[in-house]
Design a protein around this ligand. Structure first.
Ligand code: HEM
Length: 128
């Protein structure tokens, strides 16, 4: 483990917090039809944050050895979170569809945090 591990982990977790905060705000704006959603900064910032999140995650994974089931679980679920997230914010055609997608994306996110903290693919369920 190098001296860089903890700063990178800190950056990763900071990006995680910013990512879900921005996502929830944008999902709310998408459901309520707020024009702020089209603001340039609002459109670009999430991509910057999510790139930091993923890049730091990949570097951390490389440092501790990526060959662990819970890391693969996180990567797969991150793709699902992004996919369902775009339905909530962009692709969902009805308000109800967007709302349901936003709730599913938030649930996936909570599951991923559980995977990160327990280092187990069954996430919070491993604590039962
Ligand atoms: C939405 C997606 C993600 C969320 C919400 C998330 C969340 C977190 C959290 C909360 C921690 C700190 C856990 C602790 O308490 O120690 C963490 C650590 C970590 N994450 Fe992520 N993460 C995500 C994506 C990823 C991805 C895609 C990877 C790998 C490619 C990854 C790899 C790691 C690694 C290796 C650690 C360090 C584990 C440790 O040293 O304790 N994460 N993540």
């Amino acid at each position: 483990m190098t001296a860089y591990y903890f700063p990178i982990k800190h950056l990763h977790v900071t990006a995680v917090a910013l990512s879900i905060t921005l996502f929830l705000i944008r999902a709310y704006w998408s459901i309520t039809g707020n024009a702020l959603l089209q603001h340039r900064l609002v459109r670009i910032l999430p991509h910057v944050i999510d790139t930091v999140l993923l890049t730091c995650g990949v570097i951390l994974a490389a440092m501790i050895g990526p060959n662990q089931p819970w890391i693969l679980t996180k990567i797969v679920l991150l793709v699902a979170y992004i996919g369902v997230g775009t339905i909530a914010i962009k692709r969902g055609r009805t308000t109800r569809g967007r709302l349901v997608a936003a709730l599913i994306a938030a649930a996936i996110f909570a599951y991923i945090v559980g995977v990160a903290m327990t280092k187990d693919s069954t996430s919070w369920f491993s604590l039962l």
